[in-house]
Design a protein around this ligand. Sequence first.
Ligand code: DGJ
Length: 730
Amino acid sequence: MPITFNEENKIFHLTTPNSSYIIAIMACGIPVHMYYGKKINIFSMPDEKMFEIEGYSFSPQIDMDKYGKFTLDIIPCEYPSTGDGDYRNPAITILQQNGSKIVRLLYAGYKIYDGKPELKGLPATYVEEKSEAQTLELYLYDNVAKVKVTLKYTVFNDYDAIARSTEVYNYGSEKIVLLNAQSACIDMDNKNFNFIHLHGSWARERHIKSVPLNCTAVTIDSKRGVSSHNENPFFALAEKGATENCGEVYGFNLIYSGNFVASADMNYLNSIRAYIGINTYNFQYVLERNESFQTPEAILVYSDCGFGKMSRTFHSLYRNKLCRGQFRDDKRPILLNLWETAKFNINEKVVFDAAKEAKELGIDLIVIDDGWFGSRNSTKGSLGDWNINKEKFPGGFKQLSDRLAEIDIKLGIWIEPEMVSPDSNLIRQHPEWCIHTPDRNISKARGQYVLDFTKQEVRDHLYNEIYDILSSADISYVKWDMNRGLSEVYSDALSPESQGEVSHRYVLGIYELMDRLTSAFPDILFEGCSAGGARFDGGILYYMPQIWVSDCTDAVERMYIQHGTSLVYPSSCMAAHVSDVPNHQLKRVTPFDTRTNIAMAGRFGYELDVLSLTQEEKILVKVAIQRYKLYEDVIHHGDMYRLISPYETDYTAWQFVSDDKSKCVLIYGNTRAVTQMFSTRIKLKGLLNNREYTEINSGRTYSSDMLENFGILIRQDIDYSSEMMIFELE
Ligand code: DGJ
């Protein structure tokens, strides 16, 4: 049984294959976090006196007569509340009618059941059979504030992961205002942790950063309305000295696409409190009698073997139990996106000419990016007017897709549903449909406004518009873009006291539209995008199995970005394209095969001018596509090992091993040439013991222990050189 409850000691013990998570209910009814870490088979309750503190009058005791020196100030709380003598950051704060914000949550019961509940309106991991997981619901009550808080925990049989979320229910007769409700909070022993996070900016997303957790809080967040380029809703607490392959690492990831906060703090008692959830910034949520609020889901992953194992757990969980639809398992088309080549100068001739050449090269699908609608010839106008520009596409997408079908190539399109241009028919007809605050200027970003997705009529309008476009022709792929953060956040559809709900309701609104459209068009491959990777998160992955990693397509920068992204997200969801040089963003010139090899570690595609390719480059494209098609299963369904980090060396090396370990793909590249480093060798991982593998380019055969211990010699003497090696079991 993955979840057990010891009635006598009031201990809940949640187990995954290699980890234990233990909660104890104290005599006073407070749930205490006892342990999270390497699996403990039998846990017996230690002396409750461990939670008493001597000689310190500044920690209030909740009831000296009944519970002695027991104080909330020092105990490891399971879900810390506000204002009751615990001076650390709370996981929940509720404003009540009398002005009090105090919450004290006491245990009132539990339920353990097979399977995993859906989170209404929110993306979440799922099970296909009830037997795959077990769920604990822990019921906590505050009988003064009249709230019931349900802490939900799902443990998966096959993954060292725990899915946590929180539901707050108002059972009183008066309304309450939720000011803070974290998805997960955990108090842990101090293990000299480093706080690892994914930091960046536009075209430089998800670079790995590490901060030692000392006596100050480390907090990352987004206030932009999207999960953001700047921080990803992920952090890890890594025991000091943890590496790719050893040491304890705890990963926390929020399945959410809007404002979030994540924080860890070492307190004066030398213990750690960490939490992740919706940002309290500009957030308050009114709960009337009998209403409830469900937080997004947080995924907690434990690894006793470093970052590599943590990532492989996230990867397989997200690949199999977060991504959905036919493209979760099916092969996906190799596409050519025309954005970097054509920008807004797109028309039927440009598409068709490129498509003919693309087909010759082996490409499956051609994507019309921005610029096909209204009078869109720059970023200045037409967003929201989703009517096909007949000067550019005289026969609409139908005529084009018919012509493309004749040469056996599929059609994909770009769209940015959440936006509207100030110069658009949509905003002229419905000026109240964009997010704005009364009497204030509306800030533009990239020349555009954001539509008020809290409004059902806005979502219905977009559903109908996009439905019509997607039904008008044989469209096989949609890139769903979103190019600005939210500002002047306010909705005239909501009362003044509910304005703190707008950012969250916006996210729920986009999820609803994504759900409706992806359900209506299950055969279309949807790809998420947000000015590159500003919304690269598990929330989007629930609706769209791949996301454009970054607007930076430079192969060297991509080594850093893809390496960082892989800390949490699998290669199967990272869209990566071979682009022209000098690179559009960084002007760097990298070899064609390096651009190819690095893109092959993601969802492979092209973003270059196929009509200008040299004969030699055309051969490289054809060979690459053939090779990718042969080994994409290994790359996207196998285990990933990050062998060398560009953050620590001048090299990047990634290895993908098939489930049965019969095939393995090694991709490496350098970020700068270095001289006289002839002895650098890459040591492979995860192979079968005492077997032989043949590298198919060279035809050389190696023993698995030689590959894992002696390694493969790599070149370092040419700038930005790279190689892709394939090993097959003899
Ligand atoms: C931003 C995206 O990241 C790009 O790939 C491209 O689609 C442009 N938007 C189009 O406006």
